[in-house]
Design a protein around this ligand. Structure first.
Ligand SMILES: Cc1cc2nc3c(=O)[nH]c(=O)nc-3n(C[C@H](O)[C@H](O)[C@H](O)COP(=O)(O)OP(=O)(O)OC[C@H]3O[C@@H](n4cnc5c(N)ncnc54)[C@H](O)[C@@H]3O)c2cc1C
Length: 339
């Protein structure tokens, strides 16, 4: 079958799934978000309003930011968004937002939410994956200590064992229900612990097909080498690599921390270097599609076109299970339908 490239400039098709009112609201919201002072002071004001139970705060948040970025606060309330996307052949990844939790009860609760998400997803025809954050299942400082290879006390070893069991329970359930799990990448100083844990999960659950995906932040100078090393490890241990590629979300924080500790920044020096790293990682994955399932997780049209172009050139079926395109809700444009 002849395959065609999408034309991202055809806005009629791109935004067919949005009403004029939704688009106007999105433009307004993105203009606001482009104003750094407004974002900084608005976030502070918002947090203060929530903490002090100021009337109407929840309604205002729900009607603005929330509507644009969240599909729903419960599984049931997400069904409308899921079905709207499904109409345009867009699948949904369930992403339960939980991080920075502090108690054993919180982490267990988050694990149970992830397990419930898998139950819910398995009953939907267009929800093949869920997304999780290890910081929703573990104490941040513990991840930091494990990443730094510091010796854990006996109590901490038990705590770490429980974190591993929670992550394993989620991956196992996803595996049993034929769903996938994206495991988010976070700050560099906790990421080694996350990476090692994800590698263990991939070794266990990615033997025949890809259930577990690690996330590679291409704003990091070391990520191409790490991608290749992860692939080598997968080949040596006979499992498939799941690679979700992103540019990375913690750039300012990473640079500030490195500067304050007088360490070299782990982040590429400029956007062009990050773009080049992203494309290099994407190309590597594309050249090894037999053993790597890649998720092109970006809103960058050039990166999306790049993979689409290569797929068309090489006549790779657009529904190939090892090529995914993924965006956050409301930043989508329905050309991904065609892909
Ligand atoms: C489905 C999905 C899942 C995601 N999961 C994660 C995740 O697990 N972990 C995570 O960290 N992020 C995650 N992100 C966010 C992602 O890392 C990016 O922050 C976001 O998508 C913007 O990058 P872009 O490729 O879409 O767009 P672009 O606009 O092309 O790129 C913006 C990005 O480029 C990089 N950049 C910008 N300026 C510079 C500079 N001066 N120097 C170096 N680099 C620069 C930054 O990473 C910035 O976020 C996810 C995004 C998506 C769509």
């Amino acid at each position: 079958m002849e395959q065609h490239l999408p034309d991202f400039n055809n806005l009629k098709i791109s935004f067919e799934n949005k009403s004029d009112q939704e688009l106007k609201k999105a433009i307004w919201l993105f203009k606001m978000m482009n104003n750094p002072s407004l974002v900084k002071y608005g976030s502070m004001l918002g947090l203060w309003a929530v903490e002090n139970s100021i009337p109407f705060t929840e309604t205002i948040v729900k009607k603005t930011i929330f509507e644009h970025f969240c599909g729903g606060t419960t599984f049931e309330s997400s069904i409308e968004s899921i079905n709207k996307l499904k109409k345009y052949h867009i699948q949904t990844v369930l992403d339960y937002g939980a991080e920075g939790k502090e108690t054993e009860a919180d982490w267990e609760k988050t694990k149970n939410e992830f397990l419930n998400a898998i139950d819910f997803a398995s009953k939907q025809s267009s929800v093949p994956l869920i997304s999780i954050k290890v910081t929703g299942l573990s104490r941040f400082e513990l991840l930091e200590k494990v990443s730094a290879n510091r010796v854990l006390s006996e109590k901490e070893q038990q705590e770490w064992q429980k974190v591993k069991e929670r992550v394993d329970a989620v991956c196992k359930k996803a595996f049993d229900h034929h769903l996938g799990v994206f495991i988010d990448a976070e700050e560099t100083w906790i990421q080694d612990a996350v990476d090692n844990l994800v590698n263990e999960m991939m070794q266990k659950y990615n033997k025949e097909k890809v259930t577990v995906y690690n996330t590679f932040q291409c704003y990091r100078k070391d990520r191409f080498d790490f991608l290749v090393a992860s692939h080598e490890l997968a080949k040596q241990n006979n499992y498939l690599l799941g690679a979700k590629l992103v540019r990375g979300a913690y750039m300012e924080k990473e640079r500030e921390r490195a500067a304050s500790l007088e360490l070299p920044s782990p982040i590429n020096t400029d956007k062009a270097a990050t773009d080049a790293m992203y494309n290099k990682c994407l190309k590597y994955c594309f050249e090894h599609l037999e053993t790597i399932a890649v998720c092109n997780a970006t809103h960058n049209a050039n990166s999306s076109m790049l993979l689409a172009n290569w797929m068309i050139e090489k006549n790779i079926p657009l529904n190939h299970p090892h090529t995914l395109f993924c965006q956050l809700l409301m930043l989508q444009n329905i050309w991904y339908t065609v892909l």
